[in-house]
Design a protein around this ligand. Structure first.
Ligand SMILES: *Cc1c(COP(=O)(O)O)cnc(C)c1O
Length: 457
């Protein structure tokens, strides 16, 4: 058990949470048709659904809200936002959007033609969906170690650069409008990508004239891992590492709901005049004018301040070690997790915890239902429902891993919350019959986890 890291902040505002009774939880999850997205947040005790937009803002960010300039065009907060994002990424153009998927949609609908192929380490679910929506194929080329929950590797988010080379040869660079890397690799367990791998990916893609786009949502956590784990990086500042990381890319999509420490916001970064022109023109129809992109002036200010705070190395050290010690609490309770722990979440390996449980009854999802019923905790399946697909023969094809992600909101929970979560898991592990199989009763075409409904077997 690692020594629990001390928060480099103190609490001056709190939000009441409460645990609804066991019988109410039983009823509520049933009424939600066993979809934890349909439960009211007020009926959740500890919410590990996502670390996205759930951060506690600092006093400086809250104060910044009052300085919002709500002019339609050219508000002062936009310039602060632009200057901050540019000082980190070095990109010539910074285009605000209301969140990460809007950045994806605006960029992809400009660059992709039907039939294109987009390689990445692992595409995040909204990234994949936005690519597929444009009629293209999203390919996951993470290294073999990244697919194995228990293999130790400092950078399990790395892309397999040999497979990337082959992929370009087989598909032809003309059919690859850009290549991507997700840092950290959310769907692969929040695992970091090494500086060396980012550089090599850039060389390969640019060598074929293919632009390189970073899905940069958790770039600060990724750069902190580089500083900790990569040879020759320990004496650099995280911001300096970030500058180098972004220098290898031609653009980025960013959700400020992650390493922007804000509750809403995001941006596109690019050096490409043509892309900037096309995106900002298309944006006026859906996101708004180029100096606000679907955000209020005050939101732009909160993001600008949050982007700076997320690079504070005391904060990052606490953040990454908090995740690690949460993982250690679960390991001590006998719960199999993806190791080493990543930057923003602990991933419980549902297949290892429930080896007898049939894949077609969705063990990851079933475990997330049990977690709510037994402890009022909300986690998110990253497995058969999120990434499962109907194959050509109409049968479900399952992804390699069946995980439950416990994403940790930034600056929100303390050690006792994690202890409670670990003890709830321990109870489930000691009585596995509380995890019951599920059968899909309804599913939509895209991003089915948000609205899927089940019958419990
Ligand atoms: C959250 C996330 C997105 C999408 O961002 P939103 O702000 O939720 O729309 C894209 N990629 C990754 C890796 C993410 O974690």
């Amino acid at each position: 058990m690692t020594e629990f890291p001390v928060e480099p902040y103190r609490i001056k505002s709190i939000e009441r949470i409460r645990k609804v009774s066991r019988s109410d939880r039983e009823r509520l999850i049933k009424e939600a048709r066993f979809n934890i997205f349909k439960i009211r947040a007020e009926d959740i005790y500890i919410d590990f659904l996502t670390d996205s937009g759930t951060s506690a803002m600092s006093d400086s960010q809250w104060a910044g809200l009052l300085t919002g300039d709500e002019s339609y065009a050219g508000c002062r907060n936009y310039f602060h936002f632009e200057e901050t994002a540019r000082s980190i990424t070095g990109f010539k153009y910074i285009i605000p959007v209301h969140q990460g998927r809007a950045a994806e949609h605006m960029m992809f609908s400009t660059l992709i033609k039907p039939g294109d192929k987009i390689p990445s380490n692992n595409h995040f679910d909204t990234t994949r969906a936005n690519i597929e929506y444009c009629g293209a194929e999203a390919a996951d080329l993470v290294i073999a170690e990244g697919k194995s929950p228990s293999v130790d590797h400092p950078f399990k988010g790395n892309i397999d650069t040999d497979i990337l080379e082959d992929f370009i040869k087989v598909n032809g660079p003309e059919n690859i409008p850009f290549g991507m890397l997700t840092i950290t690799n959310n769907s692969g367990g929040g695992q970091p990508v090494s500086l060396e791998n980012i550089k090599k990916t850039s060389e390969i893609l640019r060598g074929h004239g293919i632009p390189f786009i970073l899905d940069a949502c958790r770039y600060a956590e990724n750069c902190y891992f580089i500083k900790q784990r990569e040879k020759g990086q320990s004496n650099r500042s995280v911001k300096d590492i970030a500058r180098e990381v972004f220098s290898y890319a031609d653009g980025c999509t960013m959700s400020a709901k992650k390493d922007g420490l804000a509750n809403i916001g995001g941006f596109i970064g690019t050096n490409d005049n043509g892309l900037h022109e096309k995106v900002t023109n298309a944006m006026i129809l859906v996101e708004g004018f180029r100096t606000y992109g679907g955000l209020a002036g005050r939101d732009l200010e909160a993001v600008a301040r949050g982007l700076e705070e997320a690079l504070d190395e005391d904060y990052l050290a606490h953040r990454v070690n908090q995740i690690k010690s949460f993982g250690d609490l679960l390991i001590d309770a006998g719960i199999p997790i993806v190791t080493p722990t990543g930057g923003h979440a602990v991933f419980v390996d549902a297949t290892a915890l429930l080896p007898e449980f049939p894949r077609e009854h969705y063990p990851g999802w079933a475990l997330s239902v049990a977690l709510y019923r037994e402890g009022g905790i909300r986690g998110c399946e990253i497995g058969g429902i999120v990434f499962g697909k109907k194959g050509k023969d109409g049968r479900e094809v399952y992804p390699p891993l069946e995980l439950v992600r416990l994403a940790v909101p930034r600056r929100v929970y303390t050690e006792s919350h994690f202890r409670y979560a670990a003890s709830t898991f321990k109870k489930i592990a000691e009585n596995k019959s509380v995890v019951r199989g599920l059968k899909i009763a309804y599913e939509p075409k895209y991003l089915r986890h948000f609205t899927v409904e089940f019958d419990e077997l």
